[in-house]
Design a protein around this ligand. Structure first.
Ligand SMILES: [Zn+2]
Ligand SMILES: [Zn+2]
Length: 195
């Protein structure tokens, strides 16, 4: 079985109609055929009533369980506000050098900050966050170059400030790692989760 596809799936109900744009961008940035996966159910017991947020780790684990064997990678998109225990929220999470990533639209929405909804801005932010998390799955770590897509964003202003491209250094590593993946090898050293 050839392993050559990136799968894209919603996890739970998705309000935004942005999967088509994400699908196109995935193919463009990473050079693999991208396929839509049927929607995946939200993981059970992921909700933390005290925080009123959902466990990013549970969402990532749910993605692992639904990842098709022929998938190079799988990206899942959720409307739920995600957290990990050490942080108040995360925009997304990925397995470093692994197969799956999850992106949350909750804090990418202007509504979250009390502003009117802005579909174009949501799409732009989601594309950046998608590239960032997928970069992690291809083995990229956080980049000190503030405008690079692999730069760590801890607030929405920084997401808007940074570009939508990989810097030269990150692009070189990405090119090498996608080539290894395409050749059927694995760039995986050890699985680790990244924000
Ligand atoms: Zn970089
Ligand atoms: Zn990151």
């Amino acid at each position: 079985m050839s392993v050559n596809r990136i799968y894209l799936a919603s996890m739970g109900h998705l309000d935004a109609d942005i999967l088509e744009d994400l699908e196109e961008a995935l193919t463009m940035h990473f050079g693999f055929e991208t396929r839509r996966h049927p929607p995946i159910a939200e993981p059970e017991h992921a909700y933390d009533p005290q925080r009123r947020q959902f466990s990013a780790v549970a969402f990532l684990q749910q993605a692992v369980e639904h990842c098709p064997p022929e998938a190079v990678k799988m990206l899942t998109i959720t409307e739920r506000d995600l957290f990990i225990p050490m942080l108040s929220f995360v925009y997304g999470q990925a397995q470093l050098g692994g197969k799956v990533a999850v992106v949350s639209l909750a804090q990418l929405r202007q509504e979250f900050y009390g502003f009117p909804s802005d579909g174009d801005l949501l799409r732009e932010r989601a594309l950046k966050e998608m590239s960032h998390e997928m970069g992690h799955t291809f083995g990229l770590i956080h980049c000190p170059e503030r405008l690079c897509i692999m730069s760590l964003s801890t607030n929405i202003r920084h997401i808007d400030l940074k570009g939508s491209e990989f810097c030269g250094g990150c692009r070189a590593v990405l090119r090498e790692n996608t080539a290894v993946t395409r050749a059927g090898g694995s760039e995986v050293l050890a699985w680790e989760e990244r924000l």
